[in-house]
Design a protein around this ligand. Structure first.
Ligand code: ASP
Ligand code: MG
Length: 847
């Protein structure tokens, strides 16, 4: 470890002036076009940099190193690609012409021409010999940086920034390991210092290249210009080294996968190492080590957005406001697992395992071994998977033959995600949060590794889940407060349509005050479905679905004919974090797919009674999935619309109370009819009035048969733990059988009128004792029944008005006086409101 102040003292005598100077490095895209070069010159002249830049290190123009590699390889096959060579020369000349004129242009053109003549001769030589030695290969590659640095020095000078071309080969001393030569720090530093002492002008230096003791050209490995910049910075004891590239810096996650990823302002060298190992290809941290060893910060900045500020890598990095720094991922890996009882307690096993892999040059990305010592997993690059398994198989041939261990198992199509940050050290709850985020999104974790430095937690998951995992974890750590629910809605009739309106009108309040965002991803009516993972506009959906016409300006939106399996397949395939499925139909077929949806770890919200009042088996299956796997299944609105009945029953049970009896009026229609049956009208006239007011189904018998109330009673009974099937619910008929035989609604009313006298008789009998008639569901002692009862004065049922529902709950604790829940139990607004509340509950509990 080098003491922080040391470079300062070491350099003071030599280079006092350079202590406040910076080294800038510009990558290939930052010198790859005239526009980029204009930006570069702007940066050198801006108030932050003017007079403070000592050395500019440049890469070859973007793509040039690759072209040179191609040319060299082709030459080795005996073919010199003249046309490609010409194109390359032309590219450099075009850049020169964009900035230079007159004699400057002529001189530069001549220099470019001379370089290409030399390159061409070199390639010819390779072609004749048909041999590409590592030494000539490096020599060929060196042209890229030499051309760009020389060109840039001319351009800068012509643009008023006095600069000199610096061929860094004689200064950067390396070993003879061509292709990835190792630099020799002390000697290089002193050469650089004495050179700079004699050359006070701004130096435009070649990145990537050096030379060995014999003076032969070497390269520092692909991407080696960063290393060159770090070497210059270290030599000078520079104030900092700025690496200018084409992105804003290191981000919290891959922005291609996580839209909300944002720039990390500062991080430590170790964090940068961990993060860039998989994800951020912005910087290859080992290449900037020389600077960091001397305590010189590295700043990554965007040539195309200088005010962006960049990412600063330094060991005194501010700890920041978040418990983690970022999340990186590696998209495609293979896991090889070795296990068997023969491994337990066997020393030298892992040494043999790793030795065998190392001998074949297989790099291990991640290792896990549980303390049982029963199995070891290694994760390798996908192309190494089969070889790794074969090598392990060979190494342990005897043990496998004897059955002491099993043949290695290979699992493909996996990915690694890594959560990184120094703040994780000694902070509890981080891994809890990580794995909670994975778990609630149904992401299976195959293996986990955490180094004892506690700065990286890595998890191996299925490759298809990477985006979802990154987003879920990113949201959990960085967007604390903002929770997004990705909603899929099927059914946009009365309730679903109202729900869309409510989402629209409540959107801003939700976002501002509660930091909840409903992202509507998929919606279906009875014939079409529409999707957009980036979010649909709730206001427009009904129009689009009914017309079948997507208006312009909806990029990424897909409109298809509805099929339920395809709707579900789509919903699963988007694989978005915190997804919710909402069924606003009354359709049994939709109810039948809840199990599949819950199994895919997607929460279900529904006002549709069909699932919970269908077979007991199915009810148990879906509520079981929900309970065992923690995937919300919310159906508050299946009973009494938005009134809190299910949630209250659940809270009572959770807190250890026991429900003894529920008495309830569960049908709004029947409530209206009996609440108003006071003798002023006949019963049939009242039913007609209810129908006219829209309180009944088109055929009022669909309400008067009490089926709907019975389904709700069944749901409540099951909620109280009773194992009942629908036929077990005893329904006292309200209407005489003749009413059901009548053909058509009018014929029904004619029949009903015949029963008016009977109804009136029953009413009068009750009234004599001050009682009124109510159609009540009673759930107690393992049974559920519905009956027309005469209620005494003082009963909560007497206070019912209009079409109110009421649920009266008697429990161990609420024994003297029952708990009463009363209010409108139907209607689009209150039902949609209840559905909305359930959706928001998912946001609140899951994220
Ligand atoms: N031009 C070299 C490469 O592409 C070095 C660099 O750009 O850093 O690898
Ligand atoms: Mg590069």
């Amino acid at each position: 470890m080098i003491f922080y102040g040391m470079p300062v003292f070491e350099n003071i005598a030599v280079f006092q002036g350079d202590l406040f100077m910076v080294v800038l490095k510009f990558g290939g895209t930052s010198v790859g076009s005239p526009e980029a070069i204009r930006k570069l010159i702007g940066i050198l002249g801006d108030s932050e940099h003017a007079g403070k830049v000592r050395v500019v290190v440049v890469s070859a123009l973007s793509g040039v190193t690759d072209s040179l590699i191609g040319l060299a390889r082709q030459a080795a096959e005996g073919e010199v690609a003249r046309a490609a060579l010409k194109t390359l020369e032309e590219r450099h000349r075009k850049i020169s012409h964009a900035f230079l004129a007159g004699t400057e242009r002529q001189e530069t053109d001549a220099a470019i021409k001379a370089s290409f003549a030399e390159l061409s001769r070199t390639l010819d030589g390779i072609g004749i010999l048909r041999e590409l030695s590592p030494r000539s290969f490096d020599y060929v590659m060196s042209f890229g940086e030499r051309l760009s640095a020389a060109l840039l020095a001319h351009i800068c000078t012509a643009q008023g920034v006095q600069a000199e071309y610096l061929d860094a080969r004689p200064l950067v001393l390396t070993d003879g390991n061509y292709g990835s030569a190792r630099y020799q720090g002390d000697e290089s530093y002193s050469r650089i210092r004495s050179y700079l002492k004699k050359h006070p002008a701004l130096q435009i230096a070649t990145g990537f290249i050096g030379s060995n003791a014999e003076g032969h050209t070497t390269t520092l490995g692909r991407g080696g210009s960063d290393l060159s910049a770090a070497i210059f910075g270290a030599a000078m004891g520079a104030k900092c080294v700025e690496i200018w590239t084409d992105v804003d810096g290191i981000l919290t996650a891959d922005p291609k996968l996580v839209k909300t990823a944002f720039k990390i302002d500062s991080l430590s060298y170790n964090e940068a190492m961990e993060l860039s190992h998989f994800g951020a290809k912005v910087l290859h941290p080992p290449t900037v080590r020389p600077a960091l060893e001397k305590g010189i910060p590295i700043v990554i900045r965007n040539t195309f957005n200088p005010p962006g500020g960049g990412t600063r890598i330094a060991d005194d990095a501010d700890p920041g406001n978040y418990p983690i720094r970022g999340i990186s991922s590696m998209g495609n890996v293979t896991l090889v697992r070795v296990q068997g009882s023969g491994m337990v307690g066997m020393t030298g096993f892992s040494a043999r395992l790793f030795g065998a892999l190392a001998r074949k040059g297989i790099s291990i990305i991640l290792i896990t071994q549980a303390s049982s010592e029963y199995s070891i997993c290694v994760v390798v690059a996908p192309q190494d998977g089969p070889l790794a398994a074969a090598v392990i198989g060979e190494e342990f041939e005897r043990e496998i033959a004897s059955g002491a261990i099993e043949a290695p198992a290979v699992m493909e199509d996996l990915a690694i995600i890594a959560v990184v940050g120094s703040n994780m050290e000694h902070t509890t709850g981080i891994s809890g949060k990580v794995f909670h985020a994975l778990g609630r999104n149904g992401i299976n974790v195959v293996a986990i590794a955490q180094g004892s430095s506690e700065i990286n937690i890595s998890a191996v998951i299925g490759a298809q889940d990477v985006a979802k995992a990154l987003n879920a974890i990113h949201e959990a750590f960085f967007l604390a407060g903002v929770r997004t629910v990705n909603l899929f809605l099927i059914g946009i009739g009365n309730i679903g349509g109202t729900l869309l309106d409510q989402i629209t009108s409540h959107k801003e309040t939700l976002a501002d005050q509660y930091k909840i965002r409903i992202n509507l991803v998929g919606v279906a009516n009875s014939s079409r479905m529409i999707f957009n993972p980036a979010g649909l506009e709730p206001k427009k959906i009904r129009g689009v679905l009914s017309s079948g016409d997507i208006k312009q300006g909806s990029a990424g939106t897909e409109l298809l004919p509805l099929t339920l399996p395809e709707f579900i397949r789509k919903m699963k395939s988007f694989n978005l974090p915190t997804t919710a499925f909402c069924d606003c139909t009354a359709n049994p077929d939709v109810a039948a797919v809840y199990a599949e949806i819950l199994q895919a770890a997607i929460p279900v919200v529904t006002p549709n009674k069909r699932a919970n009042s269908g077979s007991l088996d199915y009810y148990k299956t879906i509520t079981g999935y929900s309970r065992d796997r923690g995937i919300p299944y919310l159906y508050e609105t299946t009973v009494c619309a938005g009134l809190p009945v299910i949630s209250v029953l659940r809270d009572l049970a959770l807190s250890g109370d026991k429900v003894r009896r529920i008495e309830a009026v569960l049908s709004g229609t029947l409530s209206f009819i009996f609440n108003n049956f006071d003798g002023s009208k006949t019963f049939s006239a009242l039913v007609r009035e209810a129908k006219a007011k829209g309180y009944t189904e088109p055929d009022p018998r669909d309400d008067l048969n009490a089926m709907d109330a019975a389904r709700k009673a069944l749901i409540l009974a099951r909620e109280c733990g009773m194992s009942l099937e629908f036929p077990a619910v005893a329904i006292e008929p309200i209407l005489p059988p003749s009413c059901f035989k009548a053909n058509g609604v009018e014929a029904f009313f004619t029949e009903l009128e015949k029963a008016d006298a009977d109804f009136e008789k029953r009413r009068l009998e009750a009234a004599k004792e001050g009682k009124v008639l109510r159609y009540v569901s009673i759930i107690e002692e393992g049974s559920a029944r519905l009956s027309l009862r005469a209620e005494s004065p003082g009963s909560p049922f007497l206070s019912l008005v209009d079409s109110d529902n009421i649920v009266v709950i008697t429990t161990d604790r609420y024994s003297k006086l029952p708990m009463v829940i009363k209010g409108p139990g139907a209607g689009a607004q209150v039902t949609a409101g209840g559905v909305f509340a359930d959706i928001l509950r998912i946001a609140r509990t899951l994220v």
